[in-house]
Ligand binder design. Structure first.
Ligand code: AMP
Ligand code: MG
Length: 308
């Protein structure tokens, strides 16, 4: 565990600090400090109607933000926290508008990462969107944060993140739970724990999605992103190929994932950023939709957004 005292101090003084979680690096600020939260929006260039997720280190802290916590939330917290599941709950009137972008709900999760939990235990609940400039691929290494925000930016280095995709966002404020953003905790896992079915709304195209983030451009490298065509051979030197299996795994522009979709999820944003650093014009991804794996809806959602 690195020494966190400097970072705890920065947050307590109303500054913004990037830190690792199990999903991606977050850009953290005190959830009760409106000036600090404004800094997040301006540093990221984040649209002001895109709400932030509150990160807690203890279940009790949820009561600071919501006093309508349904049984389903208790069941899911028991099973999945700390972990990559954000729960959307009715907010208390005291929760800052900057956190919820004026919505009457608030999203909360407990990250599964020692550094994140230690930071929150000392500095209090943090709002923390992904620590990238808006629209860019999320950071999964400390270096990615420095590329977006400059070499001097305060980031706690926790090495590469273990999941690599953002949390599942589950709305518990309606008649039936609804997945607003897919993540590594799948619909089936949630349904198995709750014992009934949940909705998904992230593939619907609307101007007013329940999760405002879903309407914005996201996860995009400067390189173009496209699918590998059905009979296409990976022969263009200008392309970085992300393949499920390859006959030619030694090539510098071919990454062979050996059919491991967890690894693809873990590395996809890093590979997008690699393409930009190394000057590839295009990232070409082999279609994984015929495979069976719980991460597929989340991966597909990110690739579709990156294709744009
Ligand atoms: P990021 O922190 O960059 O991973 O983005 C957070 C995501 O959670 C965005 O898609 C937000 O729109 C979504 N979100 C945060 N708070 C809420 C909320 N109260 N209701 C619905 N979606 C939310
Ligand atoms: Mg983000």
């Amino acid at each position: 565990m690195p020494d966190l005292s400097r970072y705890i101090d920065l947050i307590k003084k109303g500054n913004v600090v990037a830190f690792p979680t199990e999903t991606v690096y977050g850009l953290g600020a005190d959830a009760w400090n409106p000036t600090a939260i404004q800094k997040i929006f301006s540093i990221k260039g984040r649209p002001s109607d895109n709400p932030l997720i509150v990160h807690v280190s203890e279940e009790d802290q949820v009561h600071e933000f919501s006093d309508h916590i349904p049984n389903s939330a208790h069941t899911l917290i028991e099973e999945f926290w700390p972990g990559p599941l954000s729960l959307v709950l009715p907010k208390k009137t005291t929760v800052l508008d900057a956190v919820t972008a004026g919505l009457d709900t608030v999203a909360i999760r407990m990250p599964d990462h020692d550094i994140a939990l230690e930071l929150i235990s000392n500095a209090g609940p943090l709002v923390a969107p992904s620590a990238n400039k808006s629209g860019r691929p999320s950071p999964t290494r400390a270096e990615h944060v420095l590329v977006d925000f400059g070499e001097e930016f305060p980031v706690i280095d926790g090495k590469a993140t273990k999941v690599g995709l953002e949390s599942t966002v589950l709305d518990l404020t309606g008649d039936q739970p609804e997945i607003l953003r897919p993540g590594s905790i799948s619909r089936k896992e949630i349904e198995d724990i709750l014992g009934y079915s949940v909705h998904e709304s992230f593939f619907q195209h609307t101007d007013r999605p329940k999760s405002p983030g879903q309407k914005y451009s996201h996860y995009k490298p400067k390189a173009k992103v496209r699918w590998l065509e059905a009979e296409e051979k990976p022969k263009d030197q200008d392309c970085l190929y992300l393949l499920l299996t390859s006959d030619n795994p030694g090539s510098v522009n071919i990454v062979d994932f050996n059919n491991d979709l967890d690894q693809l999820a873990r590395e996809i944003y890093d590979r997008f950023r690699q393409a930009d650093l190394e000057g590839f014009s295009t990232v070409v991804i082999e279609d994984f939709q015929d495979m069976k794996h719980p991460i597929i809806p989340a991966l597909l959602n990110r690739v579709q957004k990156a294709i744009g």
